[in-house]
Structures are given as structure tokens and as C-alpha cells.
Design a protein around this ligand. Structure first.
Ligand SMILES: CC(C)(COP(=O)(O)OP(=O)(O)OC[C@H]1O[C@@H](n2cnc3c(N)ncnc32)[C@H](O)[C@@H]1OP(=O)(O)O)[C@@H](O)C(=O)NCCC(=O)NCCS
Length: 173
């Protein structure tokens, strides 16, 4: 995990007795993502995530656990002309429900504010109860809906498509 420069600061957090570091991921971390393959349902292909780590107009922030835990979650943030957008977010299944998602969204908001983005945007499957609750908790509200945008989720018994909710959070207030 890289630690250079103000935009690259690494924060330590302790929650539920476990210590994490939140900061930008580099190509070593990319290899872990490529080989791990268990951040499921996060909306990103490993290859795209690795390319995003090298891109000038985006950043991938990760949460590294202490000891041998390694990478336990990440958020991929794109910098747009006026806004920033969450492209993907995922927490390893064994580490969900412990505040890692909260830490990632807080870090994403902080970075987008540093970029002077006016809003943080995202889209999410309408049936993704956990992610929608996380986003609402951080002040996101619904701007619209794209009907039948996503193919049915891989773990769904429903063969039909699923709507996307478009959500945003103002960063300038
Ligand atoms: C969505 C996801 C990132 C949440 O991460 P997490 O580390 O479990 O979240 P946290 O433990 O920090 O919980 C934060 C908030 O999210 C909400 N939340 C998390 N899991 C939830 C669940 N199963 N049901 C309802 N709300 C939930 C709660 O509002 C919680 O607030 P609290 O801290 O007051 O309890 C995680 O479930 C995940 O990786 N899911 C698969 C990938 C995905 O759906 N990504 C989003 C794509 S848009």
C-alpha cells in the first residue's frame, strides 16, 4: 500500500478489536486482488481494477487487515470534471458487518472532497439492501432509477433483469 503525498495518506482504524489500514492500493495489492478473487458482487473485474490503480483520473482505496489478513476491502473512485463516482466497492465476505464498508465510504468522501468534487455519485442494484443502507447512512439519496439495467444477480433465482438506483451525496455543504 503506497503512502506518498497528502492525497495518499494511510489511516489506521480500530473497530471491534481489529486493526485496519485504509489507503491507496498499488500494483502489489493489485496482484492480491487478481489472485484472491473472493471480493464477490462488487461490480469490478480484477483486470479493470488493476488498470484503475494506474489511471490518473481515479484511485482505488483499500483496507488492509493486520497480521496475515491482507486485503479485506476496497473502493474504486473515478474523478469526473465536477463530480466523483464510486465505480465499485467490496468487502471480503468474512469481514462484512464489522464497519469496513463504513471506513471505505468515509475515505472515499474524504478523497472526493480533497479533489473538490461537488458530488459523489454511484449506481447500485435496487435489491442490494446492505449497500443501499450503507449509502443512506452516509447521506446518499436516490436521484433516479434505470429500469432493467443489470442482468439478474448470479445468486438470484429470478431470471429477469434488475433496476439500477442512481444515488448521490453532496460534498460541498
Ligand atoms: C455492501 C458492503 C460493502 C457493506 O460492507 P460492510 O463492511 O459489511 O459494511 P459495514 O459493516 O461497514 O456496515 C455499514 C452499514 O451498512 C449497512 N449494512 C451493512 N450490512 C448490512 C446488511 N446485511 N443489511 C442491512 N444493512 C447493512 C448498515 O447500515 C451498516 O450501518 P451500521 O454501521 O450502523 O450498522 C458489503 O456487504 C459487500 O461487499 N457486499 C458485496 C459487494 C457489494 O454489494 N458492493 C456494492 C456494489 S454498489
Amino acid at each position: 500500500m503506497s503512502e506518498n503525498g497528502a492525497e495518499h495518506s494511510v489511516e489506521s482504524k480500530v473497530a471491534n478489536g481489529a486493526e485496519w489500514r485504509v489507503g491507496p492500493l498499488d500494483s502489489c495489492d493489485a496482484r492480491r486482488i487478481m489472485s484472491g478473487g473472493s471480493i464477490t458482487g462488487s461490480g469490478a473485474m480484477a483486470g479493470a481494477l488493476c488498470e484503475a490503480m494506474e489511471a490518473r483520473d481515479g484511485r482505488v482505496l483499500g483496507v488492509m487487515g493486520g497480521g496475515t489478513q491482507g486485503l479485506i476491502g476496497y473502493v474504486w473512485l473515478a474523478r469526473l470534471p465536477f463530480d466523483a463516482e464510486i465505480q465499485a466497492l467490496g468487502v471480503m465476505p468474512d469481514y462484512r458487518g464489522r464497519g469496513v464498508g463504513n471506513a471505505l465510504i468515509s475515505a472515499a468522501c474524504k478523497l472526493a472532497r480533497r479533489w473538490q468534487s461537488e458530488r459523489l455519485l454511484l449506481e447500485v442494484r435496487a435489491g442490494n439492501v446492505a449497500a443501499i443502507a450503507l449509502y443512506r447512512r452516509h447521506g446518499f439519496s436516490e436521484d433516479g432509477r434505470r429500469k432493467n439495467y443489470y442482468p439478474a444477480a448470479p445468486d438470484s433465482h429470478d431470471a429477469g433483469r434488475e433496476d439500477a438506483l442512481l444515488m448521490s451525496c453532496a460534498l460541498t455543504t
